[in-house]
Each structure stands twice: as C-alpha cells, then as structure tokens.
Design a protein around this ligand. Sequence first.
Ligand code: PEP
Ligand code: MN
Length: 334
Amino acid sequence: MIIALKNQVRKEEQEHLIHWLESYGVRTHISEGEFQTIIGLIGDTTRIDTDLISGLDIVESVTRISEPFKKANRKFHPDDTVVRVTDQVAFGGGNFQLIAGPCSVESEEQVSVIARAVQQSGAGVLRGGAFKPRTSPYDFQGLHEEGIRILLEAKQRTGMPIITEIMDIGHLPLFEEVDIIQVGARNMQNFELLKELGRLHKPVLLKRGLANTIKELLMSAEYIMAGGNEQVILCERGIRTYETYTRNTLDLSAVAVLHELSHLPVVVDPSHATGAARYVRPMSLAAAACGADGIMIEVHNDPQHALCDGPQSLTPEQFAEVAAAVRRVREVIQ
Ligand code: PEP
Ligand code: MN
C-alpha cells in the first residue's frame, strides 16, 4: 500500500501517522520526493482501513500495490534512484555510464592495457571477471583472489571504480574494495546470496537470468532491497529463446518496462546478449536510444587469444568508436 501525503505536511503529523501505521505490524518506507512525500507500507496491510486513511487531512491518496515487489516499485519511489559509485560515477536519474573491460582477468599486463584504453575512450567503470561461471568445468575458471588483486591495482592506477562478479558468499571478504558487486545471470535466483548482499552498503549490479521474466528480476532485486541495500542496478543481458544466430536474444523492451515498473537504473549488456563483436555496436546504440542508464561491453586487447568470450569482445579501438557513437545517440535523445 502507498500513501501519498499532501504538500507541506508538518513533521509531527507525518511521524504520528507513521507510528500509528506501524502499530498494525507493517514496516514503513518513506520516499521524500521533490514535490511529494510517499509512505510505502510493507507487510500484511489487510487490517488497515484505506477509507479511514484517505479521510485524514494530511493524506492526498491511498493506493494498494498489487505487484509483489514493493521497494523496487516505482509507485513506492516515483523519482529515479541514483546509484552513486564515486563522486564522478553514478547510474540513473540522467546519469549514464559505460562499463568496459575483459570478460575475465587474465594478467596484470592485459588489465592494465585495457583499463588505460577504455578509460581514455570514456568508460566510467572497469569490469573483469575473477570468478568465472563457465558451462564446462574444464574451461578457464578465472584467477580468483589474484584476479581481484589485479583489478584493485588497476583501480589504484587509473582511479576507475571496478565491478566484478561474486559466485559464492564465502568470497565476500575479497570484495571489500570492489566498488560494484555483480550478480551473474546464473545466480539471479541464488536467494541466500541475494540476502547476504542485502546486508551490505554497496552497489550491486543484478543481471537478468537466462530464462527469467522481468517480474522475477524485480523480485530478485527486492531480495537485496528488503535487507536494506537499495543500491541495485538492473542489467538486461539477453534471454534464451529458440533463436540460434545470436548467443541470447537481447530484450530491449525490458529497459522500457523496467523503467516503468521500477525506479532502479537499468544497464544493457550487448556482449553477452549477442555473443558476437559485430553486433555489439548496433545493440549499444539501440540501448542508448531506448534510455538505458549504462552499457556494459566486453573489451579485449587480443580477442582471438582471450581465455573467455573472445568472439564477442571488442578491441580497444572498436570500443573507442562505439563509445563515441553512443555519446552521439545520447545527445540526440536528450
Ligand atoms: C559476465 O558478465 O562476465 C557474465 C558471466 O555474464 P552473464 O552472467 O550475463 O552470463
Ligand atoms: Mn563474458
């Protein structure tokens, strides 16, 4: 249930109302927007009489929320959420970022070359997998702790914030200085992992699962937010369909739908969505055009010899061109 207050309600009146609502055993979530304060109620609201609340002097309107996601719901929080990573880097509410870097961290040299190049081309966040969720146990699994060390070194050298994927909550101590924790598609419904990430005060980028609906993605975001961590960035990375010419099918309509249903920022990953470097440019431009709050692109200095996802990786030169084209699209749509 959401209760929209009238303008210029006195603090004491607001607090009195909240106190009274909480006496019904529900939790309240206050969103102070530019023009209006909204009180969201979480929990069993069946005993609360909506007519009684609507009749109060300070209340503008009362609406029952039918969707099962509450904290992630735009009705709860009409303004876009801005997920701030550093003073310079934020997602959402008009803030847009390019995230770029290799699929997996392979060596200090590789990360150093790529980080410098993508930073010069305007990427705001450096990506790189240290723990890799590979389909085959015989494929390269990532450099693990050493991989995170290499990313942190690049962060120190370039000043770029870093994002890397967590697969096991037991690894959390290694992620202390990681700026954004990525939950990969395969772990979107690892609910125990999501609950633990909900206890942190750190941005989480949550990727849509291979075969998950938009509602399921929002429910997974809700798991993180229910724990108190509201810094969630959603990521559309393609879903599995019967199509075989692309690795997955990029569902760009998800960007529009998510922006309608939720206040959280939405990032698009055209690399995993298409699986082919030549499709990354057109899908990046499309993502920018449909209002994505960021784009995550895999970049490798030697794609042919990459230990993971070489065919979908752009070279630093290709990335520079795509980044410039994305900026032009954003200028046009703004
Ligand atoms: C990745 O971004 O490195 C990755 C493994 O992506 P996904 O979880 O979307 O497959
Ligand atoms: Mn990859």
